[in-house]
Design a protein around this ligand. Structure first.
Ligand code: CO8
Length: 262
């Protein structure tokens, strides 16, 4: 694992096949400054390139997953061109495009860009005291890293509108009920539960896991007909992999499969 200023990175799990990335700017409640985003992108590049890693868990502290984009950095941007010409937002697709599954383990505040960062991940687990919100309206701006789009997809128009137009926060329990979050755990068990799930995803064929992720993400960008077509073609494609043959043969022979990620 590399050495970073704004994050901590560790290989975890029984087989050390999960990368645990912890956002680590406690004094600013993990506000997503430029340096933190650069560190995060770098750590994701490393996890993606590392053939021993099968999944990533992204977490913060018990107090905050991330309290948003760094307001102090944004305050200094004078006008449209200052923000437009910076690479402030460009690298934020990194998580969605990561070939390995990324699970967000959210304790505490996930606000603004922090909520958006969690929503870029493939799965969100929350600690019982987590709070989700898009408070940009209170700062005279709007969500700029997917909040108006991904939140609406996740929880529907009425709930998304209410959060975005009022800045009101949603509790972990409400977020689970609304479908934003898939599971809620006591704060001190959250990361270990997330790692367990990540280990399970990491136990399967990496190639097939990546295809699954690509197909699910495609549903955001395609009509149903196009998405079903893409899925069918990828389903067919799995038949030319070693791992599909191994998986089905292992089932028939009543033994554990030995996936080779090809
Ligand atoms: N940016 C910078 N610093 C922050 C941020 C932030 N988002 N949030 C907290 N901090 C800092 C505080 O300034 C404070 O620092 P200091 O001690 O130097 O004053 C420290 O963290 C602790 O914060 P508080 O004292 O405020 O702690 P409280 O427990 O009283 O309150 C809150 C916690 C409620 C989370 C409060 O800090 C808060 O409201 N934070 C701002 C939340 C917010 O508005 N987030 C949205 C930001 S806008 C955004 O994310 C736009 C996304 C667009 C993305 C586009 C990217 C391409």
């Amino acid at each position: 694992s590399g050495t970073y200023t704004n994050i901590k990175v560790e290989k975890v799990g029984e087989k050390k096949n999960v990368t645990l990335i912890q956002l680590n700017r406690p004094k600013a409640l993990n506000a997503l400054c430029d340096g933190l985003i650069k560190d995060l992108n770098h750590a994701l590049d490393e996890a993606e390139a590392d053939s021993t890693i099968g999944a990533v868990v992204l977490t913060g502290s018990e107090r905050a997953f991330a309290a948003g984009a760094d307001i102090k950095e944004m305050q200094a941007m004078e006008n449209f061109s200052a923000v437009y010409n910076s690479d402030f937002s460009l690298s934020w697709n990194r998580i969605t495009n990561c070939k390995k599954p990324v699970l967000a383990a959210v304790n505490g505040f996930a606000l603004g860009g922090g909520c958006e960062l969690a929503m870029m991940c493939d799965i969100i687990y929350a600690g019982e005291k987590a709070q989700f919100g898009q408070p940009e309206i209170t700062l005279g701006t709007i969500p700029g890293a997917g909040g108006t789009q991904r939140l609406t997809h996740a929880i529907g128009k009425s709930k998304a509108m209410e959060m975005i137009l009022t800045g009101n926060r949603m509790s972990a329990q409400e977020a689970e009920k609304a479908g934003l979050v898939s599971k809620v755990f006591p704060p001190d068990q959250l990361v270990s539960e997330a790692v367990k799930t990540a280990e399970k995803m990491a136990s399967f064929s990496k190639t097939i896991v990546t295809i699954c992720k690509e197909c699910v993400n495609a549903s955001y960008n395609m009509t149903l007909t196009e998405g079903l077509h893409l899925e069918k073609r990828f389903f067919h494609a799995t038949f030319s992999t070693h791992d599909r043959q191994e998986g089905m043969t292992a089932f028939v022979e009543k033994r554990a499969p030995d996936f080779k990620d090809c």
